[in-house]
Design a protein around this ligand. Sequence first.
Ligand code: BG6
Length: 465
Amino acid sequence: MRFPDGFLWGGATAANQIEGGFDEGGKGVSIQDVMPSGVSRPPTEEPTPANLKQVGIDFFHRYAEDIALFAEMGFRVYRFSIAWSRIFPRGDEAEPNEEGLAFYDRVLDELERFGIEPLVTISHYETPLHLARTYDGWASREMIGFYETFSRALFERYGTRVKRWLTFNEINAVLHQPLLSGAIWTPKEQLPERVLYQAIHHELVASARVTRLAHELVEEVRVGCMVIAAPVYPLTPSPADALAVRQREHENLAFGDIHVQGRYPGYYIRMLREKGVELDVTEQDRQDLTHTVDFVSFSYYMSLCETAGPDREVGPGNLIGGVVNPTLPASEWGWQIDPVGLRLVIESFWERWGKPLFVVENGLGAKDSLVEVDGTRTVVDDYRIAYLNDHLYQVGEAVESGAEVLGYTMWGPIDLVSASTAQMSKRYGFIYVDRNDDGSGTLDRFRKKSFDWFREVIATNGASL
Ligand code: BG6
């Protein structure tokens, strides 16, 4: 058996992509409410009903039904995020919104009923809009205090029930998506690098301060960082390409290095110096950064290629595009499929940091067709089964090599609204949701073929792969 006993099998979602109920229970407006096209177009001035996230998949009202379906598959863990604007509608209030807190109590009740462990992301691309517009998001140092107030409210309310927390979803995405990830309202093209790196610094300090806060307030807590993992391969064997790969990898690795080692690595300081960026770092910041994480979590969808040469055909990707790898197939959205890359990521992270790892996102966005098989409506998603099987097999390989992997939460166990494109038709789930890109549909749920496949994987602790 490759997978250890107690391996946490499950799924992962984010509030803004599933909940809907965008104006219920005292919820405020978040950046997602003005991003009806995901990251493919600039934000709108006001929320619009054309935004599929206003209804999402209506998890706000159907959470009990959905969690029962997760339980039917045998989930041992469910990763979800808490919509910041449900708890602090504007983000800078002193007191939390009780109705918002009560909603997640009800979600936790359902999880407890089935013995599913919660894994909570504090901030997943859904900062209150007021913080973006008024403070320019993480460009402002004041965000550290607002985020701490939010986190304290969560630890005080749920600390007895939630023992595993992630501070920021894909924290390294801010380099590429300053609004989505950093709530920075200034358009990317107008954003000086100095401001961007200062915003990153504020997030890193906030992450460390909240890690310490959790350790103080919550017994037996484990706090992790969360990064986009994407191994980078040289396009050619030339040393220049190898160096370009290393520089590209450092962009991502810096975030893990700082979370795990508690200080800026030398290569990062050099990079800032060469860019002419001088950061405002206080002595308190330096001390705060030393509060390191207990584990490292990451999303993995694809690998990238890099080259120093002029031939840089950049393909689409999970918020970070890379040079197209001529040896790999791609999904319908152009994300290149590379199961071995997942093994490489796990083994290299383990060797670099020696911290327990958690694969908290991996999955295939694909077009699905609902069909009738033996009188039951379903999706015959053999392509998704193949993708997940191949990736999980590689997780097993990394475990064989000695890596400590705590668990695997497949991204989007139930169809949800895509983060990058805001489409429903980019489906990830084991569970089909009847909702279309134009907002039509009954919102009814249907088990796909992969539903039974994943139930078997969990029941056999991975032996069926
Ligand atoms: C990750 C995000 O980038 O990838 C998720 O953490 C997102 O929020 C997932 O949904 C898949 O990306 P997309 O763009 O296909 O939804």
